[in-house]
Design a protein. Structure first.
Length: 259
């Protein structure tokens, strides 16, 4: 049996088709270009982060380094796993910053603060590194893990499960305030220059430091409840000092009101 549309419904469908035909969705004009010009002997690998400064210079932190990364029993001990490149505003390569730096292992992010200082976040070295506009290191937050945990984890050296603060028997993702990280992912600042680090893959927390690098406090630990995070991949601070946290595994963005 055939089903026929009512005259009113048929008229509505026809009107909708007519309007859609008369008002097509406008196309967005996009031109895909190769933004960067690299020397013949340099290639980009997996890009962890890209940023620009007030002059339009472009910074790229990429997982392009030695073809192999030596591993110890508890941590990577070779350097050269990632590289930091600078380009001018036209995309022309100008220099490499921190070639062979001990903290460059596995690129997570690069940011530029309001004073045009450069900040690099590295997952595997568990460090946040600040460079001035000349490419000189001026501040280090965090440090590489010890080859042997000291103090040892609960149950003796080599006990299963990675401690939130790289030792001491704490649970994975523990929000214990500390000035070392476990796979950090991002960095941001408020108007006073305080530093906020997303210690996001291992410790699932946000750590706040003064502009000089002294630890102030820490928020969060692994979980799904209020004040808990799973995987903090990004962080931003607005003009009022509120902190926005991209918690990817919990599929949400959290707002942290800092007092």
């Amino acid at each position: 049996m055939k089903r026929l549309l009512s005259p009113l419904l048929a008229a509505c469908v026809a009107a909708s088709i007519s309007v859609a035909a008369q008002s097509p969705t406008p196309a967005i004009a996009v031109e895909a270009v190769n933004a960067l010009t690299l020397p013949d002997d340099i290639y980009l690998g997996e890009v962890g982060g890209v940023a620009t400064n007030s002059r339009g210079d472009i910074y790229v932190y990429t997982r392009t380094g030695h073809p192999t990364l030596s591993m110890g029993t508890a941590r990577p001990f070779a350097h050269g796993g990632s590289r930091l490149f600078q380009f001018d505003r036209s995309g022309r390569f100008t220099r490499e910053i921190g070639a062979g730096l001990y903290g460059f292992l596995f690129a997570a992010q690069v940011r530029v603060d309001p004073q045009d200082n450069l900040w690099v976040v590295d997952v595997m070295s568990a460090m946040v590194m600040k460079f001035d506009s000349q490419g000189r290191i001026t501040l280090l937050l965090g440090r590489k893990a010890e080859a042997i945990n000291n103090p040892p984890r609960a149950g003796g050296a080599g006990a299963g499960g990675e401690a939130g603060g790289r030792g001491g028997g704490r649970a994975v993702g523990a929000g214990t305030p500390q000035d070392v990280f476990n796979r950090p992912t991002d960095v941001a600042w408020d108007a006073q220059g305080n530093i906020f680090v997303a210690d996001g893959l291992g410790n699932s927390r946000i750590a706040k430091f003064t502009r000089d690098g002294a630890l102030v406090k820490s928020w969060g630990q692994r979980g799904t409840g209020n004040g808990e995070f799973a995987t903090v991949n990004s962080i931003a601070v607005d003009a009022q000092g509120n902190v926005y946290i991209g918690d990817s595994s919990n599929h949400r963005v959290r707002k942290l009101v800092v007092e």
